[in-house]
Design a protein around this ligand. Sequence first.
Ligand code: EPU
Length: 419
Amino acid sequence: MIEKLRIQGGVRLKGEVAVSGGKNAAVAIIPAALLAHSPCTIENLPDIDDVHVLIDMLRWLGAGVEFQDGVMQIDPTTVDKYQPPYDLSSRMRASYYLAPVLLGLFGCAEVPMPGGCDIGARPIDQTIKGMTALGADVRVERGVLYVSTMGLSGSEVYLDMPSVGATVNTMLTAVSARGNTIIYNGAKEPHIVDLANFLNSMGARIKGAGTDVIRVMGGRPLHGSNYAVIPDQIETGTLMIAAAATGGDVVITGAIPTHMEALSAKLLEMGVYVGEDDDRIHIRSDGNLRAVNIKTQVYPGFPTDLQQPMAALLCTANGSSTITETIFENRFRYLEELKRMGADIRVFGRTAVVDGIDRLIAAPVTATDLRAGASMIVAGLMAEGITDIYGVNYILRGYDGIDRKLRSLGAKVEMVLRG
Ligand code: EPU
């Protein structure tokens, strides 16, 4: 049992590191594989707790699943249950992606309401709107999402906001619905495009993913396929920020630079060198950084998931930075932890003002959610002294071997076992 992540700060990261497959793509693609009438092979999957919870859920539903070295074989032909259990569903956000999938297979599903990071209210009204428009009866009773249908048929759905979860759930419902569906104001995140590409590789016909109008020609039979998941946008960004934060010289390989444009632009503005070449991103910094203002937005804006590690970087930038969080209302809790390390931060509603200080000082801190964990890691790498980060379970949910990767760049990082 891991008790904490221990970081001896002050080491400049140097070298080359390969990024893992995308968490948020993986957690949509794995449930989607159940819609096929034959086995799927999915490659480049991250070895993270969220993926392992999904494996347990798929096996519980009756699927055959093998997972080794980032490659998963899924045999969906033996799935015979439509009620994933509470103890697994409540452990991650993406568990509710099983609702449209099981609805397509059985005409009904009962999925305990999803868990995931506590970063805001996270309502599911847009998922309900999308699935209902396509002919599902959807109700939430005593913490369980019940969906059923007498027959799904394509329709037009206008989402009130470009929600990732609602776009995934509506797309997954639409592939099983007869006829055409048009999703207006859909999310444009890279993992939405990856899910659409995966479904298309199974025989679906989806156009427009990556724009805000997604068209699904539903009702086509889906077969198993062999597919490789895109690299993790947020892990790439976390490593870019960590390199910049330590005055490092790091090349991140296996990445997609175009997914990183919002972050790259901000790092350039701060005075960091960012070089891009095919699937490689080179970050070099002398550690002397300018303050900047960031505002989180849906893709291709600055991602809310990088707001937290970025805040750590801004702590020692020259001048005063602002961070405005527009996506989740409760994603500033971790700032209290940065303040323990000496950060000068004040919060005014949805905006945090970060006044640059000379250096952070190591302190025991807690990861209050996954990306808060990333923030603590960046802060620990920058700080003078030894930082112990508790709440490592959050970090393991979404970062594949982050301690190993940072060590390969020279960082003094270790997982400390309890007792
Ligand atoms: N919203 C609604 N109603 C809905 C759905 C969303 O009001 O029905 C609101 C939310 O309250 C929030 C905003 O819309 O204010 C965006 O929510 P969205 O549905 O886009 O987020 P999500 O699907 O719950 C995914 C990622 C998050 C990431 C967000 C934003 C997965 C499994 N999770 O969450 O990832 O922060 O999109 O990009 O894909 C993480 O990886 O650490 C993480 C939290």
